[in-house]
Unconditional design. Structure first.
Lengths: 250, 268
């Protein structure tokens, strides 16, 4: 059974069609990369998976049943099932809250079991942050550390699925690589859905991927197979557009 | 004589010094990359060379652009240098274009200024021909429609092409490009890099290319300066620096870039 699936989903903003019959399935332990450029509809897919919006037609299923976004109880359960991490670590944390409150608030809001303080300490460590981070404000942290805090916050609910929307795009190169390592580590315990325009990030983190172009899935399958032999002209063009590091001359 | 000669350039912020004495030169037709992470001072350095620092920032040292001193000059004194000697393409083509002016009118400005500078008169039909010629140079499809369009009506890639056309229409000998492809999609980025490459070659332009993206810099420049915390930590031919870095900081950057590259290559 899939963790989350979209079945023939159509979605429009007003008269502007965004998704044209998108189907995809996220399997336990098989992190999925959604690769697409701006306007491809990738963020809309994340919003649908989070239950922040409803498809015009088609269904979103999560944890074995149709996701009814109108049911409070269902959405409460869904928020424990899937948690998001957003692109911009500067706007995704409340600047007025100390890290302690940022990490304990979801515990109460989602009515989670266990001790909130102990859980905060657990996710802080899982995010690779020092224990004394709790009594500081977000402004005291660099972009990479803030993204670690955002990831730690997502882990409070012990979600089965982590939805990450361009989680490292705003980070500097060295920081980016370290946050990718953290996400790799975490993807052993939970299943990752990674939305990105960056093939390298998808390749580093996701054994499966789909390629999205203007609201349509044009290619789907094992990441290694797609990168080795892209079938769709658009995927071929994406790969051909990659810039490369120079190789050591022999 | 170098086209651009920077000597012991320092940039002071309100509270502290941000660039701590950097020196380099760009020869006619040469392509130099300034690489570094955010806060390394690469953009401040580049903007200092054309006197475009934000308010509250002050440059010190010497910048000779086309043989003229830039540091300490009034804006009025810099006007003859901006355009004919150096033109700039910025990261965000949205903020580089006036949202309240049709694209054709924006492109007409540098074309008219150059004609005036060179003592040529420019009639309506001549101006239109020049506008269309520049749009063609930057590979804009459907140029007639673009001339009467507003900036918000065209894509990010098209906006950046038009910003490049406006910069080149000034007839500069040096093009300063500050992260010109960072805001663009991968496929568009590749197209704009190809375009810059071709244009620079055809026009014999020198390039000062600022980017945090090592593969992009490797694609477009010949020589590179790596900056960290307002200092140049390494300088050399781009291939040499990116394959055999000597400085520890550069080694870290190169290793990170290669790690990402390996993720893709390892699967191919």
């Amino acid at each position: 059974m899939s963790l989350i699936s979209l079945k023939d989903v159509q979605f429009s903003y007003g008269d502007t069609p965004i998704l044209h019959g998108v189907s995809l399935a996220l399997e336990q332990g098989e992190s999925l990369g959604i690769l697409g450029e701006s306007g491809s509809g990738k963020s809309t897919i994340l919003r649908l998976m989070l239950g922040l919006t409803r498809p015009d037609t088609g269904v979103v299923e999560a944890d074995g049943s149709v996701l009814d976004t109108r049911s409070r109880a269902r959405m409460q359960a869904h928020r424990r099932f899937v948690q998001p991490v957003f692109q911009d670590p500067y706007t995704s944390l409340d600047p007025r809250m100390k890290v302690r409150r940022i990490l304990t608030e979801p515990h109460a809001a989602l009515d989670l079991p266990g001790d909130a303080e102990a859980e905060a300490a657990r996710v802080l460590e899982a995010g690779g942050l020092p224990a004394d981070s709790l009594d500081r404000y977000p402004r005291a942290f660099s972009g990479g550390q803030r993204q670690r805090i955002a990831i730690a916050r997502a882990l409070i609910a012990r979600p089965r699925v982590l939805l990450a929307d361009e989680p490292v795009s705003a980070l500097d190169l060295a920081t980016k690589v370290r946050v990718i390592e953290l996400l790799t580590e975490l993807s052993r315990e939970l299943t990752l859905v990674l939305v990105s325009h960056d093939i390298a990030i998808v390749a580093a983190l996701c054994p499966r991927m789909i390629v999205l172009q203007q609201g349509r899935v044009v290619e789907a399958g094992k990441t290694a197979a797609i990168l080795r032999a892209p079938q769709h002209p658009y995927t071929q063009r994406l790969l051909a557009s990659l810039q490369h590091m120079p190789m050591e001359s022999p | 004589m170098s086209l651009l000669e920077v000597n012991n350039l320092r940039v002071h912020g309100p509270a502290r010094e941000l660039v701590h004495g950097i020196s380099f030169s760009v020869e006619p037709g040469e392509r130099l990359g300034l690489v570094g992470e955010s806060g390394s001072g690469k953009s401040l350095t580049a903007m200092s060379t054309v006197g475009l620092l934000a308010h509250g920032l002050r440059a010190e040292g010497s910048v000779l652009l086309g043989g003229h001193q830039v540091i300490g000059q009034s804006d009025r004194a810099l006007v003859p240098l901006r355009g004919p000697v150096a033109a700039v393409v910025f990261q965000d083509p949205r903020s580089a274009l006036d949202p309240l002016m049709r694209l054709g009118d924006q492109l007409a400005h540098p074309i008219r200024r150059r004609a005036k500078r060179e003592g040529r008169s420019m009639s309506g039909p001549q101006l239109r021909a020049e506008q269309l010629r520049w749009l063609d140079r930057v590979s804009i499809a459907d140029p007639e429609r673009i001339l009467t369009s507003w900036p918000h009506e065209v894509s990010g890639g098209q906006r950046q092409r038009i910003a490049i056309a406006m910069a080149l229409a000034c007839g500069p000998r040096l093009l300063i490009a500050d992260e010109p492809t960072t805001a663009l999609d991968v496929t568009t980025q590749a197209e704009v890099l190809d375009l810059l490459d071709t244009l620079a070659r055809d026009e014999g332009l020198a390039l000062l290319f600022i980017s945090h993206d090592l593969p992009v810099v490797a694609r477009i420049t010949d020589r590179v300066i790596v900056m960290q915390h307002g200092r140049a930590v390494e300088e050399g031919p781009v291939r040499q620096v990116f394959t055999r870095p000597r400085d520890t900081y550069t080694q870290g950057l190169v290793a990170a870039a290669q790690q990402l590259e390996a993720a893709v290559r390892g699967m191919q």
